[in-house]
Design a protein around this ligand. Structure first.
Ligand code: SF4
Length: 750
């Protein structure tokens, strides 16, 4: 803590509501007389080194926004009427407890679904409540095919036993000055525009830092982005064809013998089988599939394979192919066959710092926290476990497409309650959003933990519990490195942290007495494996970087630091990186990567393409908003006031629309309003639009629900099309649409 003119300055981490996001950047909170007065980047934090995004800088407007929910609320009108009245925490907890007990007694604990938003610090508390209540049905409800990082993580875990990320020196306190670190000579940025985003434990600007230190970029993106315009090669592929491209690049690298023969021989399994498979993907065929010129594919593959160390930084389009787990497998094989794994400047193995679990992502981590017996017992009822062995074997969540179908059908058992934690399902992630709306309306009881009213609270909530931002809560984080703590510095209304809320509910609902008296004791137990406590971290940190050993790169596979038995190699059945994946084989999946056309495409559905001749890409991040959040924050909304759609000038001419015109994007599932932005950023056969729009300034009650049915683009995104893995395939990048003009009178009438 630093003191200056009665202003106290505190260092903390952001991983939570407020700025939103998956990242754990270090920020300095300036607090005067208990009020937040300013935020700025913490220059001492090695993760972001003093940088801050617009959402962090606008935090004060978020924290003290007049629309914040600051007391618990109970619904007093009918659902959707928008009538709520404040109640005490005691009444809110009592109501939730009695409703959830009633459901458990009548239908079993699995009849309550625990739905969270994206990967920030609610993963810990929501799973804690679900498992203490006795329900295995925790998931990111609405996110079709779990198609955000899960397919990539599943593929890496299955073939390597670990997760790997681009090495931008983030595991070292000295960062770019670490003498062991090398900047990647070439970085493939695959389906991502890192600078405006900090996805999945990765600070987006690190790629720019590497570029400043000499890294060349190969950009694989259907759009022209900041990154692609600075790339040595830009592969502007047709959305959904990433798998074919990866297999084509593997074909070139193997055929031209550009792979790392020593690494392949010593540390991989199944190279011959992979070599046979990639023969099915010659560059001419891949060029036809992807629309990328043959020579560009060849040049990119050669550059990546011959400029060691090289690294790949990838994004959600890979997950959003029906065979997301296979596409991810193919791409990860690129870094394996070129020997770019576990080396400085390559893709390095990333483990939660010190082995501390904050967010039990995998089935394995759930077992670590709750024991094999409980997880096995609950898995008998976990939605998707029987159908998809990979869902059971890898990820500790219910399968979200099956979960909503089950809420709708009541089969094989009824789901009658939901605990929704900072997840605006209707305004945010839900594909076939209307179907989710109709199904969720059938639930007997819905509790929502959130910070603002939104279409989901309005349409569904019986009880709303006000959550805290990162400035108002204690929590902790170990998503890769460093490990860190978030600590409370201000109080807003009666808001509580997600951990406080869920801990109290778990205390009331668990069969057994909890062994901790409060969340802080639980944090201390989890942090004890790192030899520290929450208070110690708050005082000295708030971050801690692992020393050399199992939790810090490099070359751990050679030093016996990856396997449980202490032998050199990787933590897989064969002890090697499996190019032919034994785990996939065991789950009944193709052990080798392959490519299938997207379910909707000019090739797979030519008649549909004739009717809807534009491939819609949606879901890209904006620096102003985190998914469906922040639309009410003045500084941020001013920068991006309207839901726009980027349309190529030739396409605009073809459809007869002009820049700034409100139009409909339309397909058989419905139509959604957008404002045209004529732009060369998109290909003429594609349109790109931001997702998760709703209008906090419009009426909240039914039928308006803050305009969600006018602007929620996921209404056009169809239902599940994932492969046999149960993961991948939410068609957020490949839905076919057309543009229709809006009648002038309709525009004038709003
Ligand atoms: S986007 Fe980056 S800078 Fe902004 S809150 Fe997330 S990690 Fe921090």
């Amino acid at each position: 803590m630093i003191q200056n003119d009665n202003v106290d300055v505190f260092r903390t981490l952001t991983w939570s509501a407020g700025a939103g996001c998956h990242g754990g950047c270090g920020q300095k909170l300036y607090v005067k007389e208990g009020k937040l007065v300013m935020v700025e980047g913490d220059e001492n934090n090695p993760w972001n080194q003093g940088r801050a995004c617009p959402r962090v800088l606008a935090l004060k407007q978020y924290v003290y926004h007049p629309d914040r929910i600051t007391t618990p609320l109970k619904r007093v009108g009918s659902r959707g009427e928008g009538k709520f009245e404040p109640i005490s925490w005691e009444e809110a907890f009592d109501t939730c407890e009695s409703k959830m007990r009633e459901i458990r007694e009548k239908h079993g604990a699995e009849s309550v679904i625990f739905a969270q938003g994206t990967g920030r610090d609610v993963g810990g508390p929501i799973s804690f409540l679900a498992y203490n209540y006795g329900s295995p049905n925790w998931c990111q409800l609405g996110l079709s095919g779990q198609s955000c990082y899960t397919p990539r993580l599943g593929a890496m875990k299955a073939s390597t036993g670990e997760f790997a990320v681009l090495d931008a020196s983030q595991f070292s306190e000295k960062r770019y000055e670490d003498p062991e670190w090398r900047p990647p000579k070439t970085i493939i940025v695959w389906g991502q525009n890192p600078p405006p985003t900090c996805p999945d434990g990765f600070f987006g600007h690190w790629v720019v830092d590497c570029m400043q230190r000499g890294s060349r970029i190969i950009s694989i993106d259907p759009r022209n982005t900041w990154m692609s315009t600075r790339a040595k090669y830009h592969l502007q592929l047709r959305p959904g064809t990433d798998g074919a491209l990866a297999l084509g690049m593997l074909n070139i690298i193997i055929r031209e013998e550009l792979y790392d023969k020593e690494f392949v021989e010593k540390w991989t399994y199944g190279f011959d089988k992979l070599s046979e498979r990639v023969k099915e993907y010659p560059v001419e065929k891949v060029s036809r599939i992807t629309w990328v010129p043959e020579q560009t594919i060849v040049d990119a593959a050669r550059l990546y394979a011959t400029s060691k160390p090289s690294a790949i930084q990838w994004g959600v389009p890979i997950d959003m192919c029906p065979q997301g787990t296979s596409v991810a497998q193919a791409i990860s094989h690129l870094w394996t066959v070129t020997g770019n794994i576990d080396i400085p400047g390559g893709n390095v193995i990333a483990r939660p710092a010190f082995g501390v679990t904050t967010y039990p992502y995998t089935t394995e981590e759930l077992v670590g926290l709750y024991g094999q017996d409980l997880v096995d017992r609950l898995n008998e009822k976990r939605i998707g476990c029987d159908t998809y062995p990979m869902v059971k074997g890898f990820r500790g969540w219910a399968q979200p497409d099956m979960a909503i179908d089950q809420i709708n059908s009541g089969k094989p058992y009824p789901v009658t309650g939901a605990w929704i934690q900072t997840a605006n399902i209707l305004g945010g992630q839900a594909a076939r959003a209307r179907f989710h709306y109709e199904a969720l309306k059938k639930l007997d009881f819905v509790a929502v933990v959130d910070l603002f009213h939104n279409p989901t609270t309005m349409a569904l909530a019986d009880i709303v519990l006000p959550a805290a931002t990162f400035a108002e809560k204690d929590s902790f984080r170990s998503w890769w490195a460093p490990m860190g703590v978030i600590h409370k510095k201000i109080q807003v209304g009666e808001c509580k942290s997600d951990w406080e809320i869920n801990f109290e509910m778990a205390r009331r609902l668990s069969d057994k007495k909890l062994k901790w008296n409060n969340p802080k004791e639980l944090f201390d137990e989890r942090l004890s494996v790192a030899g520290t406590t929450f208070d110690e971290m708050s005082k000295n940190g708030p971050w801690k970087m692992p020393e050399d050993g199992p939790f810090k790169p490099y070359r751990r596979h050679e030093r016996g630091l990856l396997r449980r038995d202490g032998k050199p190699g990787f933590e897989t059945e064969t002890g090697k990186v499996e190019l032919y994946c034994k785990a996939y084989e065991g789950w009944g999946l193709d052990p080798l990567p392959y490519y299938h056309e997207p379910p909707q495409s000019p090739v797979s559905t030519p008649e549909l393409f004739e009717k809807y001749p534009l491939i819609m890409i949606t879901g890209a991040r904006s620096s102003m908003f985190f998914h469906s959040e922040h639309r009410m924050i003045p500084w941020l909304r001013e920068k991006n006031p309207d839901p726009y759609v980027e349309v190529h000038p030739r396409t605009a001419e073809k459809f007869g629309v002009y820049d700034g015109e409100w139009i409909y994007l339309e397909n058989d599932m419905g139509r959604v309003k957008r404002k045209v932005r004529i732009s060369l950023r998109v290909h003429p056969e594609m349109v790109h639009t931001l997702h998760s729009w709703w209008m906090p300034e419009e009426k909240g009650r039914e039928p308006d629900l803050f305009g969600v049915w006018d602007y929620q683009i996921n209404q056009l995104v169809p239902g599940p099309q994932h492969s046999d893995s149960g993961f991948g395939g939410g068609q957020y990048k490949t839905t076919l649409v057309k543009i229709s003009r809006i009648d002038r009178r309709e525009v004038d009438n709003g």
